[in-house]
Design a protein around this ligand. Structure first.
Ligand code: KG4
Ligand code: ZN
Length: 377
């Protein structure tokens, strides 16, 4: 049983108590619920983390269909939450708050989890924390390891590809972002052109295992260019063209291997630049690097990033695989860290399809013209 929150008389919550939160995640194609306890001494315990995947529902279409996703979230959110509460062995009386993803993401899905979280908060008189999905990924490595702020983060998933200096909760500075597709999107689309099933990233990694990357030359976007932005659309187009010429299984595996190397190389080259800038800005202190998001599950990507981190004198951390891809434990932890700082949201908190972590950087350097497809933040 956790201790209840104490008010310190100034309206801010006493951070020296254990906090147990229910987290909810519905921003893409996973319906997830989790109970996380953040102890007063900063220790984190994931009491449960249930992820209901919609892969089977979207697979026939080769990608996530927003309307199908939203309906599937409606159908499963309550059952998944019941499972998460039961697996954690807690009741609603044991909770200190509810954290729900409020964006960015597919807005129909975000609305489902956020409305469900609001209902629980209202019914049980609990504080609501509206969590930015990207902040969830940013804290995800802290679910399993003691990684103090600040750190340099590469957030690399199906919807996002960003380098961020994470100073703390609510304090992220964006160093770079993709100017077109996210890396996971590139993995998925190239995998599709190779005839691999959705989701493409893991399938492409599997195929690449038996391939020789030297067989194909692919474009090296932004190589040597200033800044830490990413671009994957040229690679995607080139790989799709080459995929049409593939006739044997060996060629197919070789192309998959070449694509994986090209993506890993761009991610590590741009991260290397960000590390240099980050180290300079911090006078060589706090050299910690974290990679998070679905693409962090890729072995070749991890290996390339580990290499640059070692060369630059940075520590390297990545969340366990279960916390790389979308999950609600990271949302519950981001919520607990916010609640410990007294940061809660009202019941009219909006669902936000776009919600950059570093609003100032996003406004100063909009990476997408309005209406263009691409990374959501
Ligand atoms: O973080 P995530 O679950 O969802 C988003 O917030 O986007 O990331 C999903 C993405 C997909 O594009 C998927 O193909 C990619 O992560 N992914 C991988 C691997 N596992 C997941 N990409 C490459 N190699 C993998 N092993
Ligand atoms: Zn995600």
């Amino acid at each position: 049983m956790t201790s209840r929150l104490l008010q310190d008389g100034t309206g801010s919550r006493n951070r020296m108590t254990d906090l147990t939160l229910l987290g909810l995640e519905t921003s893409c194609d996973e319906t997830a619920a989790s109970v996380v306890r953040r102890h007063a001494d900063g220790r984190v315990e994931v009491l449960s983390s249930i992820v209901g995947s919609q892969i089977a529902a979207h697979a026939p279409y080769g990608g996530v269909v927003p309307e199908i996703a939203a309906r599937a979230h409606v159908e499963s959110i309550d059952g998944i939450t019941v499972q998460a509460m039961a697996a954690a062995g807690v009741t609603y009386d044991d909770l200190d708050g509810v954290a729900a993803t409020a964006g960015p993401g597919l807005v129909g899905g975000v609305m489902v989890g956020l409305a469900f979280g609001k209902a629980v908060a209202l019914a049980r008189g609990l504080p609501l924390v509206a969590v930015n999905h990207l902040e969830g990924h940013a804290v995800s490595a802290r679910l399993a390891a003691d990684i103090p702020y600040p750190f340099l983060l590469l957030l690399v998933s199906g919807g996002h590809c960003q380098l961020l200096a994470v100073e703390g909760i609510g304090a992220c500075r964006r160093l770079g972002t993709t100017i077109d597709d996210a890396a996971g999107e590139a993995f998925d689309k190239i995998a599709k052109s190779l005839g691999l099933p959705y989701p493409g990233g893991p399938a492409l990694e599997q195929l690449a295992k038996s391939g020789d990357p030297a067989g194909y030359t692919l474009p090296r976007a932004l190589l040597g260019r200033d800044g830490c932005d990413f671009s994957f659309s040229g690679l995607k187009t080139a790989a799709a063209r080459l995929a049409e010429t593939v006739t044997t299984e060996v060629q197919r595996a070789n192309l998959a291997a070449a694509v994986q190397v090209a993506i890993a190389r761009q991610l590590s080259e741009r991260t290397d630049r960000a590390m240099a800038a980050y180290a300079l800005a911090r006078g060589g202190r706090d050299l910690r690097f974290v990679v998070a998001g679905g693409v962090a599950a890729n072995g070749a990507v991890r290996a390339a990033l580990t290499q640059v981190a070692t060369a630059r004198g940075f520590s390297f951390d990545a969340p366990p695989l279960a916390y790389c891809t979308d999950n609600a434990a990271m949302i519950a932890l981001a919520g607990a860290e916010r609640l410990a700082l007294g940061l809660t949201d009202s019941l009219d908190a909006p669902a936000r399809p776009r919600w950059p972590l570093d609003a100032a950087a996003a406004a100063a350097h909009p990476s997408h013209a309005a209406g263009r497809k691409g990374a959501k933040a």
